[in-house]
Design a protein around this ligand. Structure first.
Ligand code: FES
Length: 335
């Protein structure tokens, strides 16, 4: 006869038998989750949080004071480039320093030589490019948030270390210590690769610098968003229509509807101020025209989608993208 304790023993046994399977599952899972674990580990570093907070306290007010400065917007890439500048520039030091490695690997002359050779020139060009890249990265960093800000700072610190190693490599190369220079250049490239990986995590996993309205579509038909009587004049009002977040605004009898999620990093435009039919994002100050979504100030690089509106039976209705018109079958003509 089975007793309660016997059942407990059985359950324990089942648990014990299951344990190896669970741990092997965990080991397998860890193989595919190490990258997010790495970012979480970086985010937990106490000293990094402190440094991030201190830098934010210093650089935040500086950025706010200069956010109308054209140079600040150009460093983001902004509306003229249509893309952030930093990822494009970051290819330069990586490519140039990889070239240093190739030239070093091909150089079979063991004799010590002073001065700057072809590898040294690539190293120096990469150092200059890295300086420009760091400037754009720092500028972008000031408009990042929370975990992204801390991982971004770690990414920047790694890149700074890589830059230091490359400078040391160039110095020793010019002094004629080729072996040391090669080792330092290789270490620099490895640290750059690690930093690049974290940069990739920010973009591809966290969506930093990716347009937050890239998939904004719909509603496909005219959809009720709000009763007309419930929309106050001159007051940004958030509504939702078929899952799409929209900001409604009425001024002088005209109605405007614009995507409420800021294309830059997801700030809610309805919480921002509107002046002269331009809304300012409360997070980092991008400005969008309510009439056509055009950017009048970055850091956003993508315009904000606007939606057509109409009023039917006391309701404000909005409509998003339309299905593509059907093409007539080839060889047939419309009647
Ligand atoms: S979220 Fe950055 S400007 Fe709007």
């Amino acid at each position: 006869m089975r007793t309660g304790s016997g059942q407990a023993d059985d359950l324990t046994a089942v648990g014990q038998q299951a344990e190896p399977a669970v741990s092997s599952l965990c080991a397998a899972t860890r193989l595919v989750t190490w990258h997010s674990d790495l970012a979480a580990w970086v985010d937990r570093l106490g000293w990094l949080r402190t440094l991030s907070d201190r830098l934010t306290a210093v650089l935040g007010p500086v950025r706010e004071r200069h956010q109308d400065n054209l140079a600040v917007e150009l460093l983001h890439g902004g509306r003229w480039a249509g893309h952030p500048l930093h990822p494009a520039l970051s290819d330069l030091p990586i490519g140039l320093w990889a070239g240093v490695m190739v030239l070093d690997a091909m150089d079979r002359d063991p004799a010590p030589r002073r001065g700057i050779d072809a590898a040294g020139k690539l190293s120096a060009a990469g150092i200059i490019a890295a300086g420009a890249t760091a400037l754009t990265g720092l500028n972008d960093w000031t408009v990042s948030n929370d975990q992204d800000r801390r991982v971004g700072l770690f990414h920047g610190l790694l890149n700074t270390a890589a830059l230091g190693l490359q400078c040391a490599s160039l110095g020793t190369r010019m002094a004629g210590h080729r072996g040391t220079a090669r080792a330092l250049a290789a270490a620099s490239l490895m640290v750059t690769a690690a930093a690049g990986y974290l940069g990739g995590h920010l973009v591809f996993t966290r969506g930093v610098m990716v347009s937050r309205v890239a998939w904004a579509a719909g509603p496909r038909r005219w959809t009720r968003a709000l009763q007309e009587a419930d929309l106050p004049d001159d007051s940004p009002t958030p509504v939702e229509a078929e899952g799409r977040q929209i900001m409604l605004y009425r001024h002088g009898g005209s109605l405007y509807a614009i995507d409420n999620i800021c294309s830059h990093a997801g700030g809610l435009l309805s919480r921002g101020a509107v002046a002269e039919l331009t809304v300012t994002c409360p997070l980092h100050g991008s400005r969008f025209a309510l009439t056509d979504g055009c950017i009048s100030r970055g850091p956003a690089s993508q315009p904000q989608p606007v939606l057509p509106t109409r009023i039917r039976n006391g309701w404000i209705e909005v409509r998003g993208s339309q299905p593509a018109p059907r093409r007539p079958a080839s060889g047939r003509t419309r009647p």
